[in-house]
Design a protein around this ligand. Structure first.
Ligand code: HEM
Length: 222
């Protein structure tokens, strides 16, 4: 097993872990956004959706555990890669040529990733905790929608969501194409298409997730 640990710890091994975990998170986000869109159907639609998930709670728990491991691997490896790159190429080195060869999204991965991480901690400490650890089951069934509604009435909370998911958009824009590049799918003919697809996906996620706090803040859910 020593060889496995060694190759996963190499630079390309870490990039491979980033790509696999990143693409898994990309799939999770798509499913999460589709589920969250039931909020636009009103309390019955959203509470009904969460209640349906409650029926398969053991399965959800396993998914949550796998998701937590994926997030930890992604964050841990991302920080390690960033640190190693920084050590290899200090900031003093040709800032201008760096700008020419890279995009805004790629240069700011550590910043967008860190803010999305802070967002995730706040998000889980509010929604996930409220959904999983408050009141008895019957009482909870009535309040899922109101938990979301109440939090998004808070200007700072809704505002931070919007900023965080816009940065998430930049993170996804680079992450998507970068994962395909790591897998070697960067053929001259197809790569422009992958890049475009990544940008469309990133815009859809940023606009889709941002629309929810904006809608609830402005309309109060009515
Ligand atoms: C407007 C935006 C969002 C809303 C309204 C929202 C809503 C929710 C809700 C209600 C839960 C609790 C589900 C439950 O435990 O039954 C949840 C969980 C979670 N959310 Fe979000 N979410 C949003 C954006 C995001 C984003 C952008 C990310 C990732 C960067 C994210 C990651 C997660 C994770 C990892 C969980 C825990 C896993 C789970 O229980 O499904 N969410 N979200």
């Amino acid at each position: 097993m020593g060889w496995l640990a060694e190759s996963l710890n190499s630079s390309i091994g870490k990039k491979f872990i980033m790509a696999v975990t990143g693409l898994s998170l990309i799939s999770f986000l798509l499913i999460h956004l589709i589920g969250n869109f039931t909020l636009y159907g009103g309390p019955e639609a959203f509470n009904g959706y969460v209640e349906t998930l409650e029926i398969v709670k053991p399965v959800i728990r396993v998914i949550e555990l796998v998701l937590a491991l994926i997030f930890i691997l992604h964050i841990f490896n991302g920080i390690k890669l960033w640190y190693e790159n920084k050590k290899a190429r200090p900031d003093t080195y040709a800032v201008d040529s760096k700008k020419e060869n890279t995009t805004f999204s790629s240069r700011t991965m550590i910043i967008s990733g860190s803010i999305v991480f802070i967002f995730l901690v706040l998000h889980l400490a509010t929604f996930w905790v409220a959904f999983n650890f408050s009141g008895d089951t019957h009482e909870k069934a009535m309040v899922y929608y109101s938990v979301v509604l109440e939090w998004f009435q808070e200007g700072w909370y809704a505002g931070f969501y919007v900023i965080a998911v816009l940065l998430l958009g930049f993170h996804l824009n680079h992450g998507f194409q970068s994962a395909f590049q790591t897998f070697g799918w960067n053929h001259k003919k197809y790569f422009p298409f992958i890049k475009k697809l990544g940008t469309i996906y990133a815009i859809l996620m940023a606009v889709g997730f941002a629309s929810i706090p904006i809608y609830f803040f402005i309309n109060g859910g009515n």
